[in-house]
Design a protein around this ligand. Structure first.
Ligand SMILES: Nc1nc2c(c(=O)[nH]1)N[C@H]1C(S)=C(S)[C@@H](COP(=O)(O)OP(=O)(O)OC[C@H]3O[C@@H](n4cnc5c(=O)[nH]c(N)nc54)[C@H](O)[C@@H]3O)O[C@H]1N2
Ligand SMILES: Nc1nc2c(c(=O)[nH]1)N[C@H]1C(S)=C(S)[C@@H](COP(=O)(O)OP(=O)(O)OC[C@H]3O[C@@H](n4cnc5c(=O)[nH]c(N)nc54)[C@H](O)[C@@H]3O)O[C@H]1N2
Ligand SMILES: [Mo]
Length: 789
């Protein structure tokens, strides 16, 4: 495998690559630089996010050399040392950086044990089976004796914890049982989607997207007469072509709406009593609750209207439509990234069970349809990944309890029926994620982040994470190494070629870890004697063997790699860009169809073998914030609270122009900014009432923090709701003042850092109240993309 990025005569060339948001051809400029990325020709709807990649690679905020924070270098590691995020950096050689890290890892594990190393390192990194930063850091730390890890995701932690109790199986089993778009097109009649089906979110899938097909599949449903209902505060959460009915509601109130729909189905006798009796357990308890027999409060449309803002007639009409038609009840992940986020998933499952459509083709419950190409295929190929080894440390935290862990070492907390304890973490090691993007209440994180003695990261760019570390290793990007990616839902394998040399002294994560492992005397254990390119070939060949076992023939690695290197030749042979498109695996009926057929022959993996409308297990935990069946629990912060301090709900959706915080410094993301700030969408009437005009710089604030943003006025957002997408690089006006104004528009300076409940402890960014005003203060230029001093 060679690695030159241009032909011998220096002429530009095209090399295939793959990203989380699709496959591209990298066009090099002949001098070894990257000119642009062009979408792979066989992608029907390529994502424009690729446009922001090339210029970002040339940007001046690239980290070119290992760097150490001055205070850390001069005074050594200190507990509660302060200065992280504020002090200048000193360049050091790789040898020196490697020795500092090796010595520090040794000191911490010898003094405090491996539990004192936090290696959860959450984040998406880049596509590619081998150079997957998170797998690399986990493998490396496992070789050293392990680390405190994290469980669950920021995406769907509440679903991951509650659904195994409700339908059984693993944390993502709910998504795996989703009806497919082609089944909905053939058999379905109605898709009711809580949190919509935002087309912007179909762009990205972790590990890659071979071809973007999701929106076409939805249109096919529409063409076949399937109707769509978008239940969301934002009309644009459904593609225009779907002509969806919009049911706007107050954020955080999906559960009252679901309960009222159930109330109508039950009281009008429209519910599937047979399915409830045969295939579910505990319906009586839920029915009693919905009818208000215990608490005297009927969860009827009038009750729900007061909470949701949806009028009773709409609720009754929607319930009858659901009963009359083959319906999918879909719930987006956003709806569970909220206080008590377990409830909407549980309640929607019960609603689907009542509807008559559960376990019938093209109907029933769905999780996150519309996101990341879900619903395109059900079965996935078993693509090999880098083995992470064994973690000898059993301590873990629910992923979003990061700041809690740092602030409260040794303190107990609850999680899914267990009483656990936060470890006393002294060293944090991050590669491939950005906690200063993904975590809530960043001002609290900034405080918590001062606690460990040492924080190390690998990053390509001077983003907010790198700025808040002690030792920063400059990482090569996906365009600077060889690898392959696998679009999980559409079954393409895509080569990723090294299209440019890593600039300056930057190196791959693998090379960095190999060097530190060498200094610690464990290089062989980490590398198994393979070069990076040998690992890539090894993982491909393992994949080839595994797929052969399922009847899929892949070309040998040499052919796969050679075809991709010569796209013209590959195209003339009928293969696009050397991507291998594997045939779909034979489909199987989903678990709910089997359950409906015969619950005795095909039980679910729950204690009862049925859908647990009431769960004895969950009830047995005794959690007031997550009892034994779906309930409405008032969020700890919401507009319905008479004592609330701020009048607007803040939603912080996924950004259309980028993946999370990645390539925010690239041209495509920046083209969407307003006066350099992230756009915040506000209802036109709300804006008028506050003297805010389109394009104004505004200040969004609450008691936790404040940020600047650029106002976008719209009739498509529900009154009382502001939408500020995630991903603008956190840019405090004063790095030394805690709680300083963020100049750029990162919603996580405003969000709350509390768990969904004692069950899942998931993130609750969606439960946030704020205020907004026109900003007439100092112009404060955005400095997020300038390298630090
Ligand atoms: N308020 C609010 N917050 C949210 C959400 C929300 O809806 N609202 N959503 C949450 C969700 S669903 C998620 S998944 C998270 C996402 O949070 P993250 O996954 O942490 O976000 P990314 O920006 O993708 O971070 C990836 C980082 O890896 C770096 N990187 C890329 N390739 C490489 C590599 O090869 N090596 C190394 N060392 N680094 C690399 C990138 O530069 C980037 O800094 O955010 C969560 N946060
Ligand atoms: N372009 C792009 N696509 C992405 C990503 C990205 O960063 N960029 N990230 C990917 C990742 S990691 C994930 S986990 C998925 C996330 O997928 P989701 O969680 O579905 O995405 P969001 O954009 O957070 O939320 C979808 C919509 O929910 C609506 N919403 C917010 N609060 C409420 C509420 O209380 N009730 C109702 N009914 N609706 C509400 C908002 O209007 C929002 O637009 O997206 C993936 N796709
Ligand atoms: Mo996510």
């Amino acid at each position: 495998m060679t690695s030159t990025s241009h032909t011998d005569d220096g002429a530009p060339r095209r090399l295939p690559t793959a990203t989380h948001w699709g496959n591209y051809e990298v066009v090099t400029d002949g001098d070894g630089g990257i000119d642009k990325l062009e979408p792979a020709p066989d992608d029907p709807h390529p994502s424009p996010i690729g446009r922001g990649v090339a210029d970002a690679h040339r940007a001046r905020n690239r980290i070119l050399q290992p760097m150490v924070r001055r205070g850390w270098l001069e005074h050594g590691p200190r507990y509660d040392g302060g200065g992280r995020g504020a002090e200048p950096f000193v360049p050091v050689s790789w040898d020196e950086a490697g020795s500092l890290i090796a010595a520090e890892l040794d000191r911490v594990r010898e003094t405090y044990g491996n539990e004192a190393i936090y290696g959860g390192s959450y984040g998406w990194g880049s596509a590619g089976r081998f150079h997957h930063a998170q797998s690399q850091v986990h493998r490396f730390l496992n070789v050293l004796g392990g680390y405190t890890s994290s469980v669950g995701s920021y995406s769907a932690a509440a679903m991951e914890a509650v659904m195994p109790h409700v339908i059984g199986g693993g944390p993502w089993n709910a998504v795996a049982q989703n009806p497919l778009w082609r089944e909905i097109a053939d058999h379905g009649e109605l898709v009711v989607s809580f949190g919509g089906l935002a087309a912007k979110n179909a762009q990205a899938n972790s590990g890659g997207v071979g071809r973007h097909q999701s929106v076409d599949r939805q249109r096919q449903c529409r063409d076949n007469g399937v109707a769509f209902v978008n239940v969301s505060p934002w009309r644009s959460d459904a593609h225009e072509a779907l002509d969806a009915d919009w049911v706007p509601l107050r954020p955080n109130t999906d559960v009252p709406l679901m309960l009222a729909l159930a109330h109508v189905l039950i009281t009008e006798g429209l519910h599937d009593a047979d399915f409830m009796a045969r295939c579910c357990t505990g319906f009586e308890v839920f029915e009693r609750y919905v009818l208000g027999r215990g608490d005297g409060v009927a969860k009827d449309p009038a009750w729900a209207a007061a909470l949701t803002g949806v009028d009773p007639a709409t609720i009754v009409g929607l319930a009858r439509r659901i009963a009359r038609h083959r319906t999918v009840i879909n719930v987006s992940f956003s709806v569970q990234r909220q206080d008590h986020g377990e409830q909407p998933y549980w309640a929607a499952t019960v609603l689907a069970a009542l509807s008559g459509s559960m376990g019938r083709p093209g109907g029933g419950f769905a999780a996150a349809l519309g996101v990341s190409q879900t619903g395109v295929e059900r079965e996935r190929h078993a693509v090999a990944s880098l083995p992470q080894g064994h973690n000898a440390v059993e301590t873990f935290i629910p992923v979003a309890r990061l700041a809690d862990m740092l602030l409260h070492p040794g303190e107990p907390f609850d999680y899914d029926g267990r009483r656990l304890r936060y470890p006393d973490v002294r060293l944090v090691y991050w590669a491939g994620g950005n906690p200063f993007h993904h975590h809530q209440d960043l001002n609290r994180l900034v405080r918590a982040w001062q606690r460990p003695e040492t924080v190390i990261c690998h990053e390509p760019w001077w983003n907010p994470l790198a700025r808040h570390c002690d030792i920063v290793l400059p990482a090569a990007t996906m365009l600077e190494r060889n690898d392959f990616a696998a679009g999980k839902t559409d079954l393409t394998l895509a080569p990723m070629y090294r299209a440019a040399e890593p600039p300056g002294q930057s190196r791959t994560d693998y090379d960095a870890f190999s060097e530190i492992a060498r200094k610690l005397g464990v290089e062989k254990e980490f590398t198994e004697g393979r070069t990076a390119d040998e690992w890539v070939e090894e993982l491909y060949e393992r994949t080839r063997v595994r797929l052969a076992g399922t009847g899929v023939d892949l070309p040998p690695f040499a052919d796969f790699w050679a075809a991709g290197r010569d796209p013209e030749r590959s195209r003339s042979r009928g293969r696009e860009d050397g991507h291998v498109l594997t045939p779909p695996l034979p489909d199987r009926p989903n678990r709910f169809q089997l359950l409906r057929e015969d619950p005795h022959a095909h039980p679910l993996a729950t204690p009862s073998g049925r859908i647990e409308v009431f769960s004895r297990t969950v009830a047995g935990f005794g959690y007031a914030d997550c009892p034994g069946h779906p309930v409405w629990l008032e969020p700890r912060e919401w507009r319905g609270d008479a004592r609330r301090r701020h009048p607007f709900d803040l939603i912080s959706p996924q950004p259309a122009n980028r993946l999370h915080s990645q390539y925010d410094h690239g041209a495509h993301s920046r083209s969407g900014k307003i006066h350099e700030r992230e756009p915040v969408t506000i209802n036109r009437q709300d804006a008028a009432a506050r003297g805010i005009s389109d394009g104004d710089v505004v200040r969004v604030f609450n008691d936790r923090g404040a940020c600047l943003a650029g106002a976008v006025l719209s009739d498509d957002i529900h009154r009382g709701v502001l939408a500020l997408p995630t991903g603008a690089w956190y840019d405090p006006a004063d790095t030394r003042a805690a709680g300083s104004l963020d100049k750029h528009g990162n919603p996580n300076v405003l969000t709350r850092d509390l768990g969904t409940s004692r069950l899942a402890q998931g993130p609750t960014s969606g439960t946030t109240l704020v205020d907004i005003e026109r900003y007439d203060g100092d112009p404060l230029p955005v400095t997020a993309f300038d390298p630090p001093a």
